[in-house]
Design a protein around this ligand. Structure first.
Ligand code: G4P
Length: 282
């Protein structure tokens, strides 16, 4: 499968982010909990050098809880703060507040020693498209938060959202693009819907998903679709039969069954599933 990004766009967004990162103490990086490594752009480690780093495993509600736990440890072991959240339902937000302060503890202490009082910690949100950056900012900031507007010494036009007396958040997130040489990463991003379906082969995607689920989550698959098969092609056929995916003349419609499986997976209807596990990435 081939994927196409837009280099002009990407260069501009990256340049903007380089400028914005200079203004903050903390980089809050959102990843998709179902594909925590594949949904990162490795450039962020370079861009966020010398800043406190927090990784939010968002959409944790859709991911396997055991894997969420394992990924938290994975990132913590590598020097990041990590929290799993469900930005859409406010899940994990309280923990985020606390961890932001914890992550910026040293900076606050430095300020205090220099006699700087009440300077809030500044943070910005970054991540690849569709990981939930806007949802997070809206949920986290809430409607009650006032925008602080321009401030002396800050690039004109920057809007900061004051979360409380300790923390300010840049109101526009930094967009990074996924980066991968490995097609299997592209595949996982396509499965979670980060890459537009129009450029992909739906049947092929669904078969890849079924192959993975038959191996990693067979009971979820069995429960949802009453599958007895262990082969992905036969499993898709069985789904087409059970869900009455038919063309004119009662012929089985595999593409319809494929689209159904993908939709249900993305909506979390098959169950909580993680496509990438730390032990497999090691
Ligand atoms: P972005 O700014 O990073 O591009 O992402 P955005 O906030 O637009 O979120 C992308 C999609 O992910 C949205 O769904 C949003 O509702 C969903 N989303 C964000 N956070 C979570 C989460 O923690 N859990 C779940 N399950 N979904 C989340 P959408 O289909 O584009 O819109 P809609 O379904 O909200 O209408």
């Amino acid at each position: 499968m081939q994927f196409q990004w837009y280099p002009g766009h990407m260069t501009k967004a990256k340049r903007q982010m380089q400028e914005d990162i200079k203004l903050v103490d903390l980089v809050v990086e959102l990843v998709d909990a179902r594909v925590p490594l594949g949904s990162r752009n490795p450039d962020i480690d370079e861009l966020g050098r010398n800043k406190a780093r927090l990784i939010l495993l968002n959409k944790a509600d859709l991911a396997d809880e055991k894997a969420n736990e394992a990924w938290m440890h994975y990132f913590e072991k590598r020097g990041y703060y990590a929290v799993r959240i469900d930005a859409r339902n406010r899940g994990g937000m309280k923990a985020v507040q606390a961890v932001i302060l914890e992550a910026c503890k040293e900076k606050m202490e430095r300020d205090r020693k220099r006699g700087i009082k009440n300077r809030p910690v500044r943070a910005m949100v970054v991540g690849i498209p569709n990981v939930g950056k806007s949802t997070f900012i809206n949920t986290f900031a809430g409607k009650a938060c006032a925008k602080t507007g321009n401030k002396p010494g800050v690039t004109k036009g920057k809007q900061w959202i004051r979360l409380n007396k300790n923390v300010e958040l840049l109101d526009t997130p930094g967009i990074l693009w996924p980066k991968f040489e490995d097609q299997s990463v592209g595949l996982k991003l396509a499965l979670i819907g980060s890459i537009k379906d129009e450029i992909l082969n739906i049947d092929e995607l669904a078969l890849e998903l079924l192959r993975y689920l038959l191996k990693q989550y067979p009971s979820l698959l069995k429960e949802r679709y009453e599958i007895t098969e262990v082969d992905e092609v036969k499993a898709l056929e069985q789904i087409a039969v059970n869900r009455k995916c038919l063309k004119k003349g009662n012929e089985l419609d595999y593409s319809k069954a494929a689209a159904l499986v993908l939709d249900e997976f993305r909506a979390g209807k098959i169950g909580r599933i993680t496509l990438e596990k730390p032990e497999q990435e090691a």
